[in-house]
Every structure is written in structure tokens, then in C-alpha cells.
Write a protein that binds this ligand. Structure first.
Ligand SMILES: Cc1cc2nc3c(=O)[nH]c(=O)nc-3n(C[C@H](O)[C@H](O)[C@H](O)COP(=O)(O)O)c2cc1C
Length: 316
């Protein structure tokens, strides 16, 4: 019997869209599977490149999961065998159009009792955002089948400079010998392996949202060294976000002084808290090895970081 998949996404520069398309290619090519795309379009489009204050002014609503108004969703069917939810991370939270979809009546009705595969493409700090997406999916009655994560190629230090530069100027050319921002083309192309596995699992009626179908394919590699900074960062965003929201609506001049103050505070916090917590974690690793392994396994659910099926393919 034919299967029907919905791929929902929001991508500003098109990077995440390329990831989703590479992953979906085998699905698209299968005559027995119908694939519908739904691009989430905010009624007030975001600028790119971002003016600094407009960029920073997004954080209070993003972190408080205040949904922006979307253009009406164009979705041909009411039920799907699988929904792929492709999202990027903004300020340690899901990008606002995705939050809007997860909170909308249409989105919730589609997600109810349906297996979902999340696909994340971001700089590298996705752990807390996925916790929020998991809660919103559970609230809608969806079942998380798998999670695939792609992150920017450079080190944390390099992308701390190159990714914001890309967002604020649109520039991706080399800077001070640092690698270009964004996800490697080869990694994007390799997401095809997930599409192949989805096709096989759909044909074998194995996509039920209870047992992952992308295990053994290196779907995700949690970097738990980032988790303490993400937790501290989220709490800070949340509290300052509350304060800034009390100053006025997005775009209001009254928010600017508090935003400017927080921007300085945040940069200082990032350059101190991130390296210090990463160093502390590294030093404490011999004592906390088991806890860190358990935490890594937790954040890698449901698909896990094993590459067993890839190794078998390489040697078989
Ligand atoms: C406003 C904003 C905030 C962002 N915050 C984060 C973040 O907290 N963590 C992260 O890993 N990436 C962050 N990013 C990078 C995005 O996740 C993503 O990699 C980038 O926007 C490109 O995605 P696109 O496909 O929408 O163009 C942010 C991007 C924007 C525009």
C-alpha cells in the first residue's frame, strides 16, 4: 500500500532546506511513496543578513516560545504515515516558525498519533532546543521516531566567530584562516543514507514511532560538554527575555537599551562560561565518566550515535 510523508521546514538561507532535500531524495524517487512539502512562512519575513538589533530582538519571544503568525499552511492531506520536521536552532530554542507550527491547531492535528523524525541543522548548540521540541511533540500526541542532527564543520571557537558573521553580514568567505561557516557539502549529501533507510522501513511497515529506524547510521553525536553552557544560557535568556518583553513589543525602541546591555553581558558570559564549563567537565571526566556517558546516551535518543550499519556497508 502507498505511504504518505509530510516534510515540514523553515530555512532562512536555504541550508536546512538543502539538508532536507538531500535526505528526502530517495523518498521522492520512490513511486510508492507520496512526499508533500510544507515550507513554513512567517507573515512578517525575517531579514537576511540580519541588522544587529533585529537579530538580537528575536531572542525574548523565541526563548519564551511565543509563536509568530504564519501564512496559511498548504497541506494536501490530513493524515500522514510519517512527518519529517526539519528545524534550525535560534537562541537555544527551535526557530520561531517551527514553534508556531508545533503550537498551531493544524500542526497539532497532523502530529497527533503520528511518527515524527526531527532533522536539525544548526551551529552546534541543539540539545536544549530538542528538549523543547520533544515536549511540544509529546503535547501534540506525536511519537518521536528518530532525530538526525547536522552541525557546522568548524570548532566551537571558530563558529562562535564565523556563524554570527554569516548571520549578520551574509559573508561566508574565509576569515583569518578559519573554516567557512555552515555544514559541509559532503555531510549534507551524505544525509541521503537516512532517506534510503526511511524508504526501506516504510516498505517494511516499521515506521511506528516506537522503535527508531535510523539507528546505526550515525544520526546524531551529542556533545555533552556543551550541555552545562546551554542550560545556563537558556536560563539567562529566559530571565532577561522576561525583562525585555516587559519593556515593550518586538521592535520597540524601549527594548534597545536592555538589549544592548544584555548583548555585552552575553558575549562576556560566552567567552567565560563556555570555556570554563568545558574545561571543568574535561577535568572531572575521570570522576564523572559514567554520568557523562549516560547523559550522552540520553541526548542521542532515539536514534543513537552508533555507525554500525555504515561500517557493515563499508566492509560488506
Ligand atoms: C537568530 C538566530 C539565532 C541562532 N541561534 C543559534 C543557537 O542558539 N545555536 C545554534 O547552534 N545555532 C544558532 N543559529 C544558527 C542556525 O541554527 C542555523 O544554523 C542558521 O540560521 C542557518 O539555517 P537556515 O537553514 O535557516 O539558513 C542561529 C541563527 C539565527 C538566525
Amino acid at each position: 500500500m502507498g505511504k504518505r510523508i509530510l516534510a515540514v521546514y523553515f530555512s532562512q538561507t536555504g541550508q536546512l532546506k538543502r539538508c532536507a532535500e538531500a535526505m528526502a531524495a530517495p523518498v521522492q524517487a520512490d513511486p510508492q511513496i507520496a512526499l508533500d512539502w510544507c515550507e513554513l512562512r512567517p507573515q512578517a519575513p525575517y531579514p537576511f543578513p540580519w541588522p544587529f538589533f533585529t537579530f538580537f530582538d528575536q531572542f525574548p519571544e523565541t526563548v519564551h516560545l511565543v509563536p509568530p503568525a504564519l501564512e496559511p499552511l498548504q497541506i494536501p492531506a490530513q493524515r500522514y504515515d510519517l512527518i519529517v520536521l526539519a528545524y534550525t536552532v535560534w537562541f537555544l530554542s527551535p526557530a520561531p516558525p517551527v514553534t508556531a507550527f508545533l503550537k498551531s491547531d493544524t500542526g497539532r492535528a497532523l502530529l497527533h498519533d503520528t511518527p515524527v523524525i526531527t532533522l536539525i541543522a544548526c551551529r552546534n548548540m541543539w540539545h536544549m532546543a530538542q528538549e523543547q521540541v520533544k515536549a511540544l511533540l509529546a503535547d501534540a500526541g506525536a511519537r518521536l521516531s528518530d532525530n538526525v542532527v547536522l552541525t557546522d564543520a568548524g570548532s566551537s571557537l571558530a563558529t562562535f566567530i564565523t556563524t554570527p558573521r554569516w548571520m549578520l553580514t551574509g559573508r561566508t568567505d574565509p576569515l583569518w584562516g578559519l573554516p567557512a561557516p555552515g555544514i559541509r557539502d559532503s555531510e549534507i549529501a551524505a544525509t541521503r543514507r537516512f532517506g534510503d533507510a526511511i524508504v526501506t522501513a516504510l516498505h517494511e511497515n516499521r515506521v511506528d514511532g516506537r522503535t527508531p529506524v535510523l539507528s546505526g547510521l550515525g544520526a546524531v553525536d551529542a556533545d555533552v560538554r556543551l550541555v552545562p553552557s546551554e542550560k545556563i544560557g537558556r536560563r539567562s535568556f529566559y530571565l532577561w527575555g522576561k525583562l525585555i518583553r516587559a519593556c515593550g513589543k518586538p521592535g520597540a525602541a524601549a527594548r534597545k537599551p536592555a538589549l544592548a546591555l544584555y548583548a555585552v553581558f552575553l558575549v562576556l558570559m560566552i567567552v567565560t562560561v563556555v570555556p570554563v564549563t568545558m574545561l571543568l567537565r574535561a577535568l572531572l571526566r575521570p570522576l564523572t565518566r559514567r554520568r557523562q556517558a549516560a547523559q550522552k546516551a540520553y541526548f542521542e535518543q532515539p536514534s543513537g550515535s552508533s555507525r554500525l550499519r555504515l561500517d557493515e556497508r563499508a566492509h560488506g
